[in-house]
Write a protein of this length. Structure first.
Length: 51
C-alpha cells in the first residue's frame, strides 16, 4: 500500500504543474496582447496627427 501516496503525490504534482504552466502562459499572453493594443493605438494616433 506504499504505492498509494506515491501515485497520489505524482498526480498532485502533475495537476499543479499543469495549472501553473497555463497560469503563467495566460499572464504572459495577456501582457503581450496589451502591448500590441498600445502599439496599435499609438500608430492610429500618429496617423490622425499626420492628417
Amino acid at each position: 500500500m506504499i504505492w498509494v501516496p506515491i501515485l497520489l503525490g505524482t498526480f498532485k504534482l502533475a495537476v499543479f504543474g499543469t495549472g501553473m504552466f497555463f497560469a503563467i502562459k495566460w499572464h504572459y499572453d495577456q501582457g503581450k496582447k496589451q502591448k500590441e493594443e498600445e502599439a496599435r493605438a499609438a500608430a492610429e494616433e500618429a496617423l490622425e496627427d499626420a492628417e
